[in-house]
Design a protein around this ligand. Structure first.
Ligand SMILES: CC(C)(COP(=O)(O)OP(=O)(O)OC[C@H]1O[C@@H](n2cnc3c(N)ncnc32)[C@H](O)[C@@H]1OP(=O)(O)O)[C@@H](O)C(=O)NCCC(=O)NCCS
Length: 186
C-alpha cells in the first residue's frame, strides 16, 4: 500500500488517540502481532496528551493515510538536541499490521529527521519484555544502548499496569548508516 504522510494538527487528535489505543492496549491490539495488552490495561494516552504532542514546539506527530484518506499509522518525533531526535507513539492499525506499513513509516520518519532537522541519531524506548518488537527494531538498524528509563506508572490514563517490574530499554539508531533492510524498503 502506498502511504501519504502529513503532520497532524489539533483537529486530528481524537482519531490519533483512537488509533494509538487500538494498537497498543486492549483486545483490539491482539489483532496485531505485538501488543502491550498483557502488560498495561489503560488507554496509553488521552486526547489532551496527543494535542500536547501535536502542538509541542520541538516535535511533530506524523500521520500516514491510505489512498482514501483513512488514517492507518502514526508516530511522533521530537528534536532533543542538534544531533538527536526521539521517536515514539508508533502505531499501525492492528488490522493492517505485518504488511510492511510499519517499515514504510519508520523509513519516512528517519528521512524526515535527516531532512528537516539534520539530526544523526534517533532514540526510542521499548518495554524490556517485548523481545519480538526489540528484534524488529534491531533488524531496522537500532541497537540497545544499555541504558534504561523508568516506566511511568504514575502517568497511566484510565487504567493500571498489570506488572510491577516494567521499565524501558533505550534503543538508538545512527541515521547515517543505511541498513540493508531500510534500503530494500525505500
Ligand atoms: C510495531 C508496529 C508499528 C509495526 O508495524 P507493522 O506494520 O506491523 O510493521 P511491518 O509490517 O513493517 O513489519 C512487521 C514485522 O513483524 C514480523 N512479524 C510478523 N508476525 C510476527 C510474529 N508473530 N512475531 C514476531 N514478528 C512478527 C514480520 O516478520 C515483520 O518483520 P520484518 O519486516 O523484519 O520481516 C505495529 O506492530 C504496532 O502498531 N504495534 C503496536 C504498538 C507498538 O507496540 N508500537 C511500538 C512501541 S515501541
Amino acid at each position: 500500500m502506498h502511504l501519504q504522510f502529513r503532520t497532524a494538527t489539533p483537529d486530528d487528535a481524537s482519531q490519533l488517540q483512537a488509533l494509538v489505543k487500538s494498537a497498543y492496549r486492549g483486545e483490539t491490539s491482539r489483532q496485531g502481532w505485538t501488543t502491550e495488552a498483557d502488560l498495561v490495561a489503560d488507554d496509553r494516552i488521552d486526547v489532551k496528551g496527543i494535542t500536547a504532542k501535536i502542538t509541542a514546539p520541538d516535535g511533530v506527530v506524523l500521520m500516514a493515510t491510505d489512498d482514501d484518506g483513512a488514517l492507518v499509522a502514526c508516530c511522533e518525533v521530537v528534536k532533543r538536541s542538534a544531533d538527536l531526535a526521539y521517536f515514539g507513539l508508533f502505531a499501525v492499525d492492528p488490522r493492517r499490521q505485518g504488511g510492511g506499513l510499519g517499515r514504510q513509516v519508520l523509513n519516512y520518519t528517519e528521512d524526515y529527521c535527516r531532512r528537516i532537522w539534520s539530526v544523526t541519531k534517533l532514540e526510542m524506548n521499548v518495554i524490556w519484555t517485548r523481545d519480538e518488537l526489540i528484534s524488529w527494531y534491531i533488524r531496522r538498524g537500532f541497537r540497545k544502548t544499555g541504558k534504561s528509563k523508568p516506566f511511568p506508572y504514575e502517568e497511566l490514563v484510565n487504567g493500571a499496569a498489570l506488572r510491577d517490574d516494567l521499565y524501558f530499554d533505550v534503543l538508538e539508531k545512527d541515521l547515517n548508516t543505511r541498513t540493508a533492510a531500510s534500503a530494500d524498503a525505500a
